[in-house]
Design a protein around this ligand. Structure first.
Ligand code: 4AD
Ligand code: MG
Length: 433
């Protein structure tokens, strides 16, 4: 007799291995009946399989239970494995015994539903084949990023997410009431990562960053996962070489997950060709290119989606744009000694208009120059006293960068919208479920 704790085999294994009988468990993905038989497609986290239930071959109670069961009911099934070319995976299960664990209520998601409704029932939509594949890719990409950095000798650190000052421009902070004191959700963990290079030298944090940007775009989340490596004694060029190797490693490792790529129509070769070196152009050159393409851009302008698209639409690999104007970059970036209007930094733009995936720079590590810049920007230096302190005791040149993991997922899986790269997206008009 089947029980809730009966030992089960994963469906993918049942399909691959030549078993004669198998016990599986999962959720009803599709269900139909015809001529005294019920056909269900059972889904577990590995695959789906067609199961055929013949009224004459199981008990009356079991038949009644499965007959009543709604889509997405949880079920345990024992059956005979049959090769059948008409079945979706070439294999189907002739059911000998079944147990409906929970049949519940009618599942609210049917075939044609608006994107807004699917976001309302996100907690249920996560069971769709597309979201399952995206969430697996997300897990793997987290793992690939960590495995690369761990192998390079980095320490993973855990920064605070509540701060009293911005880590970037400070213009898009979510304010919170911290026991009566004004505090903010962090927009970047960089400043804390910088504090830790003095003990651990090469570190990264992998944590959420919060941005109260009022932009409603396909690439902005209010809460996103931010990978931020920081390295002692790295200049910006060395940092860029690390970035391209990191991105290439993620692409290569992801490329071997053919089941996932298939769901999104991504070719393995498109990922495998993302190898260093990536093209590098200066900000100055980028402005020239934009003007050649008919977009009238003056030196000093920041790039919008249109500019990023124009620069990368014909690229198959990411593109670095380096040495941006000081005025549109953050306070901590090191001035370029060869052109004081610019800072030593680079943004990595994904190909085909997917936009900025990495922002990084060399840091101003000299005390006076840092304080001078903060004064120019009218920053409240008191609030950053600990950060300034770091430049007083054994300061060293260092660089670092930040990668938006959902931007990577969106680009590599060719998603239309960044929200499908995260299970419970936080965007300007949505904070639930
Ligand atoms: O360019 P940003 O703002 O740089 C920083 O925060 C630096 N402190 C990083 C560092 O040097 N440690 O953000 C870095 C990356 C962007 O390139 C982008 O990939 C991602 O974070 N990002 C976002 N992703 C999703 N939604 C948003 N609203 C994002 N804003 C930035
Ligand atoms: Mg940026």
């Amino acid at each position: 007799m089947l029980k809730i704790n009966s030992t089960c085999t994963e469906i993918k294994k049942v399909i691959k291995e030549n078993k004669s009988v198998a016990t599986i468990r999962g959720w009803i993905y599709r269900k139909r009946s015809s001529g005294g038989k019920i056909f269900i497609i059972l889904r577990d986290r590995t695959a789906t399989i067609q199961c055929v239930i013949d009224k004459n071959k199981i008990g009356q109670d079991e038949w009644n239970d499965i007959d009543k069961a709604y889509m997405e009911s949880s079920v345990i099934i024992r059956g005979i494995v049959k090769k059948d070319e008409r079945a979706p995976n070439g294999v189907e299960l002739e059911v000998a015994e079944l147990l409906v664990v929970h049949s519940g209520e009618q599942f609210p998601i049917t075939e044609y539903q608006s994107p807004e409704f699917l976001l309302d029932v996100r907690h249920l939509w996560l069971r769709s084949q597309r979201m399952i594949a995206a969430m697996k890719a997300r897990t793997y990409i987290f793992k690939y990023a960590r495995e690369f950095l761990d192998k390079q000798g980095f320490f993973e650190i855990t920064p605070p997410l509540i701060t009293i000052a911005g880590g970037e421009t400070g213009a898009n902070l979510f304010e919170i009431d911290y026991f009566g004191q004004k505090a903010y959700l962090t927009e970047s963990s960089q400043l804390y990562a910088e504090a830790m290079i003095y003990s651990l030298e090469k570190v990264y944090s992998f944590a959420p960053s919060y941005r109260a940007e009022k932009s409603r775009t396909i690439k902005h989340l209010a809460e996103y996962w931010h990978l931020e490596p920081e390295m002692a004694y790295y200049d910006n060029k060395k940092s860029m070489r690390l970035q391209e190797r990191l991105v290439s490693h993620i692409a290569k490792r992801l490329s071997y997950n053919e089941d996932i790529l298939k769901v999104f129509g991504v070719n393995q070769d498109d990922l495998l060709m993302i190898k260093p070196p990536f093209k590098r152009i200066s900000y100055e050159r980028a402005i020239e290119l934009l003007n050649e393409k008919g977009l009238k851009r003056e030196w000093g302008a920041d790039f919008g989606i249109e500019d990023e698209r124009a620069l990368t639409e014909n690229e198959d690999k990411p593109l670095f744009v380096y040495n941006w104007p000081k005025e549109i970059k953050a306070f901590y970036m090191k001035e370029n000694p060869d052109d004081k209007r610019t800072v030593l930094c680079a943004d990595m733009l994904a190909p085909h208009g997917h936009g900025e995936i990495i922002g990084g720079s060399e840091r101003e590590w000299r005390l006076e120059e840092l304080v001078q810049r903060m004064k120019e920007l009218n920053m409240d230096i008191e609030k950053y006293s600990w950060y300034v302190d770091l430049r007083k005791y054994g300061s060293v040149p260092h660089s670092g960068f930040g990668m938006g993991i959902e931007r990577i997922i969106k680009w590599m899986l060719k998603l239309e919208h960044i929200r499908d790269a995260i299970p419970f997206p936080r965007v300007i008009n949505r904070v639930s479920p």
